[in-house]
Design a protein around this ligand. Sequence first.
Ligand code: SF4
Length: 445
Amino acid sequence: MTEEASDCASSSGEDKTEAGNYFVSNYPPFSFWGEDDLPCLESLLNSPEPGTAPLGLYYHIPFCRKRCHFCYFRVYTDKNSAQIRRYLAATMKELRGYAEKPYIKGRLPKFVYFGGGTPSYLSAQQLTELTDEMKAIMPWDETEEVTFECEPGTLREKKLEVIKNFGVTRLSLGIENFDDHVLETNGRAHRSGEVFRAYEFARSLEFEQVNVDLIAGMLEETEDNWKDTVRQAIELAPDNVTIYQMEIPHNTTIYRNMREEGKLTAPVADWPTKRRWVDYAFGEFEKSGYTVTSAYTAVKDPEKTKFVYRDRLWAGADMLATGVASFGHLGGIHYQNLAHIERYQEALEEGRSPLSRALLTTEDERFLRELILQWKLGQVHLDYFQDKFGENVEKRFESVLARLDERAFLKREDRILHLTRDALLQVDTLLHDFFLEKHQGARYA
Ligand code: SF4
């Protein structure tokens, strides 16, 4: 986006950052998931034949040192090691249960993802025991990628060695910003000194890929500070950088403060400014030889650096989710676990299901889900959808694509539709036009 365009846009009220979810992470929206479809998942798991889609495993660790002011996850900052052990035991009971189900039995994960919360909050010993047990239940012999999210301040050399040794190939560091004042103002637990130390350890251990996460538009972010953050991120020379635009969902500390002060607009940069900042960052990374591969990612070497988790998931893979509040997708059924740690643990300890809600998707919804998620890559391959779903995207979405054309958001090349950079930077706002009518305007929570 040009500065001129963004300045014009920023004068409009709707460009302000108001409370709510902006990021589209799945389809259909979560507000359509419910208890009614839980029996479908049970019967799928007990179906006589194992599934044939590639299988991934998501493992959720809900603990953090401190709650960030912009965090909208349910995280726990007060658990001691006995409580953590209880949680880990519950998750292993859950994984063992799945491994015995006919739909899963004998299948091995192609990718494993440790998310949170802060997976690196666990001690080196807890991580060793946990991953030994996970592999004993479901070996990682066919695993192409193991991703592990880290908060830089939780990493010591010994712990990083353990993380490398149990098989992590993609280490993801939640840096967010390099300025200590911005980090502190946003409630982050780490400071920049810990980032540099953790990064150096990680590089010395030769992880296959190191990703760094940044957020454009944190509290008190300024133009100059953002440019400096981008400069320092480039100097680190990560394999990938992932850049999110700050959103303020309702269950964040920032929103609570807004409500108390009677404010509708969040005290962070407006959307055009955040888009311009991401555009700037992408431009600087491109000058350093990186390639933009999605609305949020730039990659140093796209030939070598894959993101198996994202690419498989966005192409309809099965994902077995374990851990409190985690989201999974099996055989066309979305599901989520109980979102409160006590209820989740009690369910497993008492031999009950820890599931809270599910949605049996239709073939059409599965097509739309893949289409919506793949738009985030900035390109849609028409033949992929024709071959896999028998859907002619151009015909079905003629009027939506015409509107994108009117805004000069589309480029066509052979049988591929490309989003322009302007469009890519606001892709989450464009995706709703591809939703079924009944899902438009739905809550993303
Ligand atoms: S580290 Fe991540 S999960 Fe933990 S509180 Fe901060 S934003 Fe939330």
